[in-house]
Design a protein around this ligand. Structure first.
Ligand code: LHQ
Length: 263
């Protein structure tokens, strides 16, 4: 359900249930979580790239999965889908956001519901020209989850975030780019190559500084200006004692390519 390929220092994870547009089942979410844990533990991997098999990135939660599908049996107890979020999606969203390596999403087709928001939580989001994002939750009587309520207002502002989530309309990749939801749109046929090249570039950069950059930005979202400056100084202090800073400055002064190692 999750296909894993190693391309040098890049781990490519492909959501692989194309017959159901890569909709997430419990088993698939478990495998994705395991795949991210494996990345966290593998010192050779310095960037993760996530994409989808077939014509979709992911249609979000599989609405037929018995863990969430409301039972139509008379008298059956309703399911608590909050538990599904607690058990499967929240650990996944947190793991993605705390990996020691940068995470690139290559959105190859439609990304709906949890599929959209897991993609938007990645560090650099590329989308194929024909891809799209749908905050499908309102269509089925739910609120945005997997970080949608946190991510979207920060990415596009409250006005557009509410429009997107209340209506649940499809946003095509070029419009998502214009709104500031994603980083780049790529011709469909070039998506994977472009995303892999970008991931390779990130993998050659100082990995620990990449992860700390993400952390500093996420922390700054909760802070005023002065505490954010102090947080930067605290993280910078640690990086200043690390190998990669020594190597980066030495390579600059010696006019050679740096060899970064920290993770
Ligand atoms: C699907 C799905 C799907 C099952 C397409 N499930 N089969 C978290 C935790 C707990 C509870 C609830 O929610 C969450 C978070 C969420 O993610 S909620 C949001 C769940 N996702 C949706 O509501 C999206 C539902 N899908 C769609 O709106 C459409 O399929 C999209 C717009 C994604 C694609 O439309 P089309 O390109 O027209 O494809 P299609 O609708 O014909 O789908 C193709 C097949 O995939 C079809 O099966 P079939 O056997 O008829 O070929 C669909 O039933 C199946 N599929 N999404 N989420």
């Amino acid at each position: 359900l999750i296909q894993s390929e190693q391309h040098g220092a890049v781990r490519l994870l492909r959501l692989n249930r194309p017959e159901a547009l890569n909709a997430f089942t419990a088993a698939m979410l478990g495998q994705l979580r395991q795949a991210l844990e494996a990345v966290a533990e593998d010192a050779q991997t310095r960037c993760v790239l996530i994409t989808g098999a077939g014509r979709a990135f992911s249609a979000g939660q599989d609405l037929a999965d018995p863990h969430v599908a409301p039972s139509r049996e008379p008298g059956a107890a309703p399911k608590d889908i909050g538990h599904v979020l607690e058990h499967y999606y929240i650990p996944l969203a947190l793991r993605l956001r705390s990996l020691p390596v940068p995470v690139v999403a290559a959105v190859n087709g439609v990304a709906a519901g949890a599929g959209a928001n897991l993609a938007l939580g990645c560090d650099v989001v590329l989308a194929a020209e024909g891809a799209s994002f749908i905050q499908a939750f309102s269509r089925i009587g739910l609120i945005p989850d997997c970080g949608g309520t946190w991510l979207l207002p920060r990415l596009v502002g409250r006005a557009r975030a509410l429009e997107l989530t209340l209506l649940g309309d499809k946003v095509k990749a070029p419009e998502a780019l214009q709104l500031g939801m994603i980083a780049r749109v790529v011709p469909d046929s070039a998506l994977l190559d472009t995303a892999l090249a970008l991931a390779q570039r990130l993998a050659g950069m100082p990995t620990r500084a990449m992860a700390e950059t993400r952390r500093a930005m996420d922390d700054a979202m909760k802070l005023d200006y002065e505490p954010a400056l102090r947080r930067e100084a605290a993280l910078q202090s640690q990086l200043g004692f690390a190998h990669d800073f020594l190597e980066g400055t030495a390579a600059f002064l010696e006019k050679r390519t740096p060899q970064f190692k920290d993770r």
